[in-house]
Design a protein around this ligand. Structure first.
Ligand SMILES: Cc1ncc(COP(=O)(O)O)c(C=O)c1O
Length: 375
């Protein structure tokens, strides 16, 4: 990484300070709906497994212990209903954010290479391209790129369900991207960290499609990588439990570098992750909590005359003025005056929406919904 930190984009949340000040003036206090950090307790099944594995004198495996990698394969089979990747097509990551930021570098990308990222997206995709010295290109349809630009692309990022929009990509849309990338030998990395949180049909019953689905890739994972994470699925963002799955020919060299770097998930966390993957009850219970919070906020915004786009899945509502006549900053300011902090769409590449997180306590969400509905 030859980049100086001063060459990176500003950390967007720093720019929320003036809105926080405005929100603090609200007589009934501030409600922070600007981040997607879970607030409900980590399930007992996870904390107990962590505690029981506390005696950990030896080094853990960088790729992850065999039972844990088997559990990840089972997750693909049972939960995602797809053919599991080969055993050497799975490796652990320390949360998925670090892999989003480091994948272009780990794939050996550098200046002259380009990385396609969604037009409206989580800021770390851009950061990862810049850290590698590659050029980030915002595009939802890689096939619309000019031939010159397309020739520089080495990696395409997908994020479904999306942060911030909550949009889900269909099997057909994923298949199109895979086809385009295959014709050019381009890697496709699909960040699927919100897959457990689907609210609308058909995704709520069928599940969100994965890049590893044979219906998408015709049973061939060459050039494909999926990122999974338990941060949101299991209320465990503090544990940093995540993984990369897919083409063993891509994962092998990445793992070789990470072994040299000592990027090991701690053994007790691996034990906690194994327990988390073995239990679906806590995932369902959390889904129900979010579902209730989402409905309250959804009703409040629509009653107050605002429109919600996409938001079929994930942890956010993607809200705009119904007539489109307000900027992201206008909307952020309006909510700050109600004591509510949200993330302006500008953090993600959009100037007419705000991203409203449903990860706050029931009390905070009810209070926020009441303030919005009365506004
Ligand atoms: C799209 C997306 N990818 C990755 C992450 C990182 O999650 P974690 O590092 O906790 O797995 C987030 C976190 O909010 C996210 O929104």
């Amino acid at each position: 990484m030859g980049l100086h930190s001063s060459e990176l984009p500003d950390f967007p949340w720093d720019s929320l300070t003036p809105f926080k000040r405005r929100a603090e003036a609200h007589p009934n206090g501030v409600i922070d709906l600007s981040v997607g950090s879970p607030v409900d307790p980590t399930p007992d099944v996870v904390t107990e497994a962590l505690a029981q594995a506390a005696n950990a004198p030896g080094y853990p495996k960088t790729e992850g212990g065999t039972p844990l990698r088997t559990a990840i394969r089972e997750y693909y089979r049972k939960v995602r209903h797809v053919r599991p990747p080969d055993r050497d097509g799975i490796m652990l990551t320390l949360g998925s954010k670090e892999m989003v930021a480091s994948l272009p570098s780990l794939l050996g990308l550098s200046s002259g290479d380009a990385v396609v990222i969604p037009s409206v997206c989580y800021p770390t995709y851009e950061v990862g391209a810049l850290l590698a010295g590659a050029a980030p290109i915002r595009a939802d349809q890689a096939r619309e790129l000019s031939p010159g630009t397309a020739g520089q692309v080495r990696l395409v990022w997908l994020n479904s369900p999306s942060n911030p929009t909550g949009r889900v990509m269909s099997v057909e849309e994923l298949r199109d991207v895979v086809r385009w990338a295959r014709e050019r030998g381009v890697v496709v990395a699909s960040d699927e960290c919100y897959e457990a949180l689907a609210w609308e049909e058909p995704w709520a019953s069928k599940g969100v499609p994965s890049i590893l689905d044979p219906a998408v890739n015709a049973g061939d994972t060459t050039g494909l990588l999926a990122l999974g994470s338990l941060s949101k699925r299991s209320n465990a963002a503090g544990y940093r439990m995540a993984w990369l799955a897919g083409d063993p020919k891509l994962i092998g060299p990445i793992l070789a570098i990470r072994r040299q770097m000592g990027m090991m998930m701690p053994g007790p966390v691996q034990a906690a992750m194994l327990a988390a993957l073995g239990d679906e009850q806590h995932v369902q219970a959390q889904r129900e909590r979010y579902q209730a919070r989402r409905s309250q906020l959804w009703d409040a915004f629509t009653k107050a005359g605002y429109a919600i786009d996409d938001s079929q899945a994930g942890l956010y509502l993607w809200v705009r003025a119904a007539d489109g006549g307000k900027t992201a900053m206008d909307l952020t300011g309006w909510l700050a005056d109600l004591g509510i902090i949200v993330a302006p769409g500008t953090f993600y590449g959009d100037d007419s929406h705000v991203r409203v997180s449903i990860t706050a306590s029931d009390l905070a969400v009810s209070e926020a919904a009441a303030r919005i509905a009365e506004s």
